[in-house]
Design a protein around this ligand. Structure first.
Ligand code: PMP
Ligand code: GLN
Length: 378
């Protein structure tokens, strides 16, 4: 049968996680914490189940959770979304991204994606018949060259995808970046897809620049978020997106056709848990300490990198050790040293190898110590 995604491959995250399991390796590859989600949150889920919230919730989510999120966004970013018509809960941010892309990208449309990029955007664009237009982030700080973006915008450009804080580089977009983008998109019909799943994982006094904060962006933006990243439960696959009503109306059609609605008891639990803002506002400091711990442990090793400013990833260069391709080196690290990482080439245009590995530092101190001990042997 002809494949609808002939270039689709098993994601590097699955490949590395299963190799890590097979070799019982210390796993700093796929992005997930190896510590537990809050017991109180688990109890709230159990309570919701016991209280009988076990049937379909409303398609776009329960009103209590919609209200919580809408007021959280208003408090943090000053933008008030309509809780009835401008938000939908999804099976992780992945489903929100999928619905957003398939709802608006028509065959032949161009979608600008910055590389390196998270691996779900391009397949979604191709499935919709669209053409990813890839623009490289520039320099060691992975900056967007806005002049190049302006040059690449054509009458066919339907959408631009941004991701801040950025997976895998750990860089963040600045206010000036967002203002540039706002100016560039003025008087166009281009939709902005803003992947903000790491919005609370931001360090060194940086402020998250949500697309919601900028009126000229918010009016055309679909902003995606993930509870998995924020509340240490990636396996629950809970997320959402917000967008102006005219866009959300279309997204909802795809949500309805793909899952219809998502986990009811978890929505009940989050609606309660989110009443305490400390549960997400403390996250930046928490992960900054993890990052600092990891970088301190790596001092004196042959791995070199610029400290991550957000996400729970740290990219490091290994060219002092070997000139092997990063995929080969990452596999050898698992099989010979018992340590799993992600080769950064998989995020790059044409899989270009920059001799870099991505380390997930959302791990217990003990795991980070064991990992560093191994890495110092190289
Ligand atoms: N976007 C980015 C940049 C990610 O790193 C991830 C998670 N790995 C997702 C989206 C998907 O999030 P979720 O697990 O909530 O589907
Ligand atoms: N976002 C996670 C990462 O970058 C992986 C999620 C997935 O495997 N789809 O590691």
């Amino acid at each position: 049968l002809p494949s609808k995604l002939p270039t689709g491959k098993t994601s590097i995250f699955s490949v590395m996680s299963s190799l890590a399991r097979e070799h019982k390796a210390i796993d700093l590859s796929q992005g997930f914490p190896n510590f537990e989600t809050d017991n109180h949150l688990k109890e709230l889920v159990c309570k919701a189940m016991k209280d009988g919230y076990n049937q379909y919730p409303p398609m776009n989510g329960i009103p209590e959770l919609r209200e919580q999120i809408v007021s959280k966004i208003e408090n943090l970013y000053g933008k008030k979304y309509n809780e009835a018509s401008e938000i939908v809960f999804t099976a992780g941010a992945t489903q929100a991204l999928y619905c957003a892309i398939t709802a608006f990208v028509h065959p032949g449309d161009e979608v600008i994606v910055f590389k390196p990029a998270y691996d779900s955007y391009e397949p979604d664009i191709k499935l919709a018949g669209g053409k990813p237009v890839l623009i490289e982030l520039k320099g060691k700080d992975f900056k967007i060259d806005w002049e190049e973006v302006e040059e690449k915008i054509t009458s066919k450009t339907r959408m631009i995808v941004i991701n801040t804080p950025h997976n895998p580089t750990g860089t963040v977009l600045s206010k000036s970046d967002m203002l540039h983008l706002e100016k560039l998109l003025r008087d166009t019909n281009i939709i902005l897809l803003s992947d903000e799943v790491y919005e609370h994982l931001i360090f060194d006094e940086e402020e998250h620049q949500s697309a919601s904060k900028f009126p000229g962006l918010a009016e055309r933006a679909i902003v995606c978020a993930s509870f998995g990243k924020t509340f240490h439960n990636t396996g629950w696959k809970m997320g959402y997106c917000v967008a102006p009503e005219v866009l959300m109306k279309e997204i909802i059609k795809f949500h309805q056709a793909t899952v219809f609605c998502v986990n009811h008891p978890m929505q009940r639990a989050f609606a309660e848990y989110l009443k305490n803002p400390d549960h997400y506002l403390s996250l930046g400091n928490f992960y900054q300490e993890k990052r600092d711990k990891f970088l301190e442990l790596m001092q004196g090793s042959k791995f070199k990198g610029t400290p991550s400013k957000g996400t729970y990833f740290q990219v490091m260069n290994y060219s002092e050790i070997t000139d092997e391709h990063d995929v080969d080196f990452a596999k050898r690290l698992i099989t010979e040293y018992g340590l799993a990482t992600i080769p950064v080439s998989v995020f790059h245009k044409d899989g270009k190898d920059h001799k870099q590995l991505r380390f997930c530092f959302a791990k217990t101190d003990e795991t980070l110590e064991k990992a560093a001990e191994i890495l110092h042997k190289l």
